[in-house]
Design a protein. Structure first.
Length: 144
């Protein structure tokens, strides 16, 4: 017995990408399709949550930085230059308050990544590698 079902164009494309065999059991095809749809939705949700401008970074990062009592902060790297893409991380330079621990830094880092929807590199002003310091200082955009 052959069963034919109608599917929309995006589902057809997804089935083609999955390289489903014509004789593969129906339940296996459905399971593969469900997994693919779920992964596609997760990717779309992640991309919707992802910041896509320096202004968005500022809007979302400043309250977090202030909550962590950061005295001074700047964005550098691809977001400061305006040449970021979907794979770019957000580079943030901070001057932490006195007594700011590694646990505080880790908490700030995770909070920023969750909120900005991208990988974040947090660097401390006093710890900038001398080999890149001039470049970082030239391209940075102060946000606090």
């Amino acid at each position: 017995m052959v069963t034919t079902i109608q599917v929309d164009e995006s589902t057809k494309e997804m089935l083609e990408k999955l390289k489903i065999h014509k004789r593969q059991p129906f339940n296996e095809v459905i399971l593969e399709l469900i997994k693919a749809k779920e992964n596609s939705q997760k990717t779309e949700e992640k991309q919707k949550k992802m910041v896509n401008s320096l202004e968005e970074v500022k809007k979302l990062a400043i309250p977090i930085l202030k909550a962590h009592k950061i005295k001074k902060a700047a964005v550098f790297g691809s977001f400061a230059r305006g040449d970021f893409d979907n794979k770019s991380d957000v580079d943030i330079l901070i001057e932490p308050p006195e007594g700011f621990s590694l646990f505080d830094l880790a908490g700030l880092h995770l909070n920023l990544e969750d909120t900005l929807g991208r990988k974040v590199d947090v660097m401390i002003y006093d710890s900038i590698n001398p080999l890149i310091k001039d470049k970082v200082m030239k391209e940075k955009k102060d946000i606090i």
